[in-house]
Design a protein around this ligand. Sequence first.
Ligand code: PEP
Ligand code: MG
Length: 400
Amino acid sequence: MTLITDITLRRILDSRGNATVEAEVTTEAGGFGRGAAPSGASTGEHEALELPAEEAIEKAEAEAVPALVGEVDATDQRAVDDTLREVDGTDDFSGIGANSAVAISMAAAKAGADELGLPLFQHLGGTFRGDQFPTPIGNVVGGGEHAEEATNIQEFLSAPVGAPSVTEAVFANAKVHARIKELLNEEDIPTNKGDEGAWAPPIGDAKAFEIVDQATSEISDKLGFEIGFGMDMAAAELYDEDEGGYVYDDGVKSTDEQIEYVAEMVREYDLEFVEDPMDENDFEGFAKLTDEVGDETVICGDDLYVTNVERLQTGIDKGSSNSILIKPNQIGTLSDAVDAIELGAENGIVAAVSHRSGETEDTTIAHLAVGTAADFIKTGTVAGERTAKLNELIRIEEQV
Ligand SMILES: C=C(OP(=O)(O)O)C(=O)O
Ligand SMILES: [Mg+2]
């Protein structure tokens, strides 16, 4: 029994320059952990609620801190997370804010690991986990809600599926990112950047498919292992019911046309990963697409599931996808995120643990991905708040 003895909450900057919540947890025997909440821009309609940082801190200091300090064992992550849910008293963490909840949850996990003298991935995953690494998929070109005057599709993701190690995969993605800059320069296309460090050039989706295909093929040939690519369409941001479907610069696609378009791209470019190809409430559209190309590629639900086991169960029942994106702050605690990964695993749904577009130097998701044997981790390719996680993966690989 190693009780939490202190919790400090503060406002810090995220990568977009917005205020976010950082938590520090200290335990009786001197264990210490620090965690910080990320923040989305293309957020799902059904996500847990982020409150303004100051308000979230104030509410958590009044409600959560007294219920945890001197009361809960830091090494018992379920007890920490159950307490956060109990004191919050809502389904969407609108009581204390999902940003305060996830920061405390992650800080407590790190304090628990420190207390036990274990690396975080092992504390989260247990003794028999930690030797299986995710493929890091990293956005190299993008637009949508993450950049203006760029592609309609939010993210084009380099996917080094044949890399011999996670370290080689991380460097491969950085090389693809660099090669894309050269290709854009050759055509005098401006190399603006989006929120996550991907290039955000003023080009259409068709051109982006060509450039990313060329860059991944060239770097794959150079390095001698397979590098494909995928995409996060963030289609809920494109969908407009009043317009009758998915709104692109060159026209509107109906649901059936969207399914056809995505299936065509999967086949033409042999896509490794397709996230949110349909609107966040269209379980049926997802299911049709998964039926059509689910044996050729990974169809992943992000805004569709928002890391929520009830929504995932609906997707399982309807056959909506073969993958789930996992973002701890979408649901509020690490326990909830692990529950979603495990429900998925029991039903043949592979996990992709993910950053948010607004990030901090926090590296918890690297440990969560390794500790739960997730198939993928999506956390960018360059930029300090992204490389923090990628470099942590390199360090973890050295430890196992
Ligand atoms: C990382 C993403 O973006 P955001 O954090 O803005 O939701 C995403 O949609 O997968
Ligand atoms: Mg997404």
